[in-house]
Design a binder for this molecule. Structure first.
Ligand code: NDP
Ligand code: AKG
Length: 481
């Protein structure tokens, strides 16, 4: 049995009174990575109460000083980089280089929002009365609930926690159970940074119990969520009933268009990386590859050649390019969709089977379908695994039409050397992230991140956009007398 991690409530590591634990399982070999608390609803209330109690003092500390604490959290994470990254790989399977990259990104996000501490909190606006001073001032929301998924267990919590803190909010953070040990290690870095008690509260447990109690609380002022559509809808419903500000980041079914004039080599590399890195478990992963007929055969043969070089295995091993699915349920979902694709009449041209291992890991081959039409389930539903569909089209217009033929709108990319086609794509595509000659996955911490249609709720995370969610604007009008 691995180490046991407690909840962090009001500045103390506390075991749950339930006496029960949730084991976190390594998807590469089914070993227990560690265990976290199976918390009770009463403990959610304790965490929210602690955050409520801490909010005045934290707000009054001021934005600059709050930023200084985030620099210390960045330093703490830097000191623990290797351990956090290895835990991440063990918990959810992505390869160690990817886990190290994600942890480094977490450090960079902390530094970005630390420096935000020294930036402006509002604007002076000319009043109609020349003797008055009118300005805006950003105020924190108060207590923010943060619910995160398992696919980016370091970056996603940090890109929510860091802006929430610097703008003066206190937090109740509920991580995905699949990746809660990594999350506990991230929280320890905030503790090491010297956060006052109650400012960041961490509680683990089942989504349907702990998560549900958090989203239905009348004592939170904001809730931010990344995960599945089903849960996202529950968050939105509860938040609107309680008048709580909310933000959702959900799925994607991201297209990559490859036109006849594309640099095929670049397109092939971007599709493989965008589709199969992190075992396809990114909301920005490429899943529909829409290829113009003139280049289809050349693209397909290069894609197959490069796909054959992908090595699947334990993410901690040096020669592994792609790790396992994060858990048994994802593994079964991926295999089910491979079955569905075949029943729908699509052809597997690469992969399609589990990868046998002597460790019983949740390994699946990178899988490529062709003869896919846009109305098939494998072209419409988020698989969240290493599966792509090749869809052949004749024209740029048809390619964009197929790309938009989805309920999602997170990321979309095009490969072309024609600036006119690129401009048309930028204009016509229904996606929050528009990428030209670059893979669909790839998020810059200083830029707005979020989608259109069913992928998000219109709000954006990261960069300067985070301020819009984590603060309310006060418009102040002052006259001397
Ligand atoms: N957009 C994205 O980045 C992600 C998308 N997904 C999509 O979702 C599918 C399922 O993944 P899954 O992990 O089950 O996603 P969920 O939406 O169930 O989980 C995301 C987070 O929500 C919590 N949660 C679950 N149920 C509730 C609830 N009723 N109220 C409040 N919080 C809750 C989870 O806790 P707990 O872990 O304890 O259940 C977890 O912290 C994937 O196959 C993929 O398609 C998944 C992850 C990320
Ligand atoms: O592509 C990324 O780096 C982030 C994607 C993401 O937010 C997600 O998959 O949930």
């Amino acid at each position: 049995m691995g180490e046991v991690y407690s909840n962090y409530i009001n500045g103390e590591w506390r075991e749950s009174k339930s006496g029960n634990l949730i084991d976190s399982i390594n998807p590469a070999n089914l070993e227990v990575v560690g265990s976290v608390q199976f918390s009770t609803i009463e403990e959610v209330t304790e965490a929210i109460d602690a955050a409520k109690l801490a909010k005045k003092e934290w707000r009054q500390l001021g934005q600059f000083n709050r930023g200084q604490i985030l620099y210390k959290a960045a330093e703490a994470l830097e000191n623990n980089l290797q351990d956090v990254a290895e835990t991440l790989t063990k918990e959810m399977g992505k390869t160690l280089p990817e886990a190290i990259g994600e942890t480094q990104r977490g450090i960079a996000i902390l530094k970005y929002y630390a420096s935000e501490g020294a930036r402006k909190e509002g604007d002076v606006i000319p009043a109609s009365d020349k003797d008055a001073l009118m300005f805006t001032k950003r105020a924190p929301l108060g207590v923010v609930g943060i619910i995160t998924p398992w696919n980016f267990p370091v970056a996603i919590p940090i890109w929510k926690i860091a802006p929430a803190l610097v703008y003066g909010n206190t937090i109740v953070f509920k991580p995905a159970s699949e990746a809660a040990v990594t999350a506990a290690k991230v929280v320890k870095c905030f503790e090491e940074a010297g956060l006052p008690k109650g400012v960041l509260n961490f509680i683990t447990g089942s989504g349907s119990q702990v998560g549900n109690a958090l989203i239905n609380s009348k004592d939170i002022n904001g809730i931010t969520f990344t995960g599945s559509e089903n849960t996202g809808h529950l968050v939105a419903k509860a938040a609107s009933v309680n008048g709580v500000k909310y933000q959702l980041e959900m799925g994607g079914k991201n297209p990559v268009i490859v036109l006849n004039d594309a640099n095929v080599n670049n397109a092939v590399n971007a599709v493989l990386s965008g589709a199969f890195k992190s075992t396809g478990q990114k909301c920005t992963a490429s899943s529909r590859v829409i290829v113009q007929s003139g280049i289809y055969n050349q693209f397909k043969s290069m894609l197959l050649e490069e796909a054959s070089k992908i090595t699947v295995g334990d993410g901690l091993l040096n020669d592994t390019w792609m790790g396992p699915c994060a858990n048994e349920s994802q593994y079964n979902t991926v295999l089910e969709y491979i079955q569905i694709g075949q029943e729908e009449g699509a052809n597997i041209i690469y992969g399609g089977k589990p990868v046998e291992s002597n460790t019983n890991g949740f390994y699946v081959e990178p899988t490529i379908f062709e003869n896919v039409s846009s109305d098939m389930r494998i072209a419409q539903e988020e698989i969240f695994g290493p599966v792509i569909s090749l869809i052949q089209v004749d024209t740029t217009e048809e390619a964009i039409e197929v790309a938009n033929d989805t309920q999602y709108g997170l990321s979309a990319s095009i490969f072309t050397t024609n600036i006119g086609s690129a401009l048309t794509f930028m204009e016509e595509i229904e996606a929050g992230l528009v990428r030209v000659n670059a893979e669909s996955a790839g998020v810059e911490l200083q830029a707005p991140f979020g989608g259109m249609k069913m992928s998000s709720t219109g709000t954006r995370e990261q960069g300067e956009s985070a301020k819009e969610f984590y603060t309310a604007v006060k418009t102040v009008f002052v006259k001397a007398e």
